[in-house]
Ligand binder design. Sequence first.
Ligand SMILES: CNc1ncnc2c1ncn2[C@@H]1O[C@H](COP(=O)(O)O)[C@@H](O)[C@H]1O
Ligand SMILES: [Zn+2]
Length: 348
Amino acid sequence: METEADVFYRQLPKVELHAHLNGSVSSHTIEKLIKTKPHLNIEHNMTAIGKGQSRTLDECFQYFKVIHQLVDTEEDILMVATDVIREFAADSVKYLELRSTPREEKNTGLTKKGYIETVLRAIQLCKNEGLDIDVRFLVAIDRRNGPQVAMETVELAEEFMLSSDGVVVGIDLSGDPTVGDGKTFLPALERAKNCGLKLSLHLSEVAAQLEESDLLLNLPPDRIGHGTFLHPEVGGSQSLVDKVLKNNIPLELCLTSNIKGQTVPCYSKHHFKYWYQMGHPSVICTDDKGVFYTDLSQEYQLAASTFGLSREAVWKLSQQAIDCIFAPETVKQQLKQKWTILKPQVLQ
Ligand SMILES: CNc1ncnc2c1ncn2[C@@H]1O[C@H](COP(=O)(O)O)[C@@H](O)[C@H]1O
Ligand SMILES: [Zn+2]
């Protein structure tokens, strides 16, 4: 049964800025994919971490490998991307920045270019359907693939930034944070920045990456993913915090992802508290709503119940996320208008 609170959080207009496409595939879509590929012998529990369960971050990365096996043709990508966008729209997400790592699959003839084109086609299809959601795309660099591939990815992103009518807005640096050295990605990231692509970097997602985080913060990035171990209480440093504050770099915070991935011990110890209390721009996001079995409404609800936020404070939190989007000022103004119109009916 849906409670009054459930209805409020679902109807709350929201902005999602940190969503990996293949981590966001719902169980409904996974079911369809499993049916088309029975020979892979993939079961549901291999693609999502259920309620109350957790895995090491390392184990979490195995889930993406399984999902990638299920999603390996243009047809799959088109279905996955349209389903994911429709689901976010049904959850009252009004603005979504999806991110995904372009992959090539020799077996199916999928190319990186085809991969991006297909995601863009899905975005266009959803637009044609008249869904009330503005979708943009960040091209992701997977750390595992090294600096050379990173540079090629930036070049590809640059092409699409110029040809996609403003849909491709930036670059994401993600992948297993324990693999590779952040320093080696600086040339690619600098190039991206210089050509006008925005940067959202996974930073200090695991402990003991002070040097790497410091180097990457000097770019500086336009947004930070997680930033779990930046502050001194958890082994980060004041100088890292100061750099984030000085450049006013928003944080994308994904509560359930961090709990289920075991980088944060429990909801009440989540670093949302540290940054939010300072009044620093903190945006609640899902990371991988499919793998972590959540949605953005639930993440807002969890943040509110854990940290005692009033409805008014929750409203402000979702509204302030608008200032952190990568789309231009005109889009921010349109979204702010939307929030103003919806306020009296949602926040009764
Ligand atoms: C849990 N925390 C995380 N930390 C770092 N990278 C993550 C991640 N969650 C997801 N990804 C990145 O997103 C890819 C899956 O989506 P796409 O195939 O790109 O759409 C993963 O392979 C990983 O590179
Ligand atoms: Zn992420």
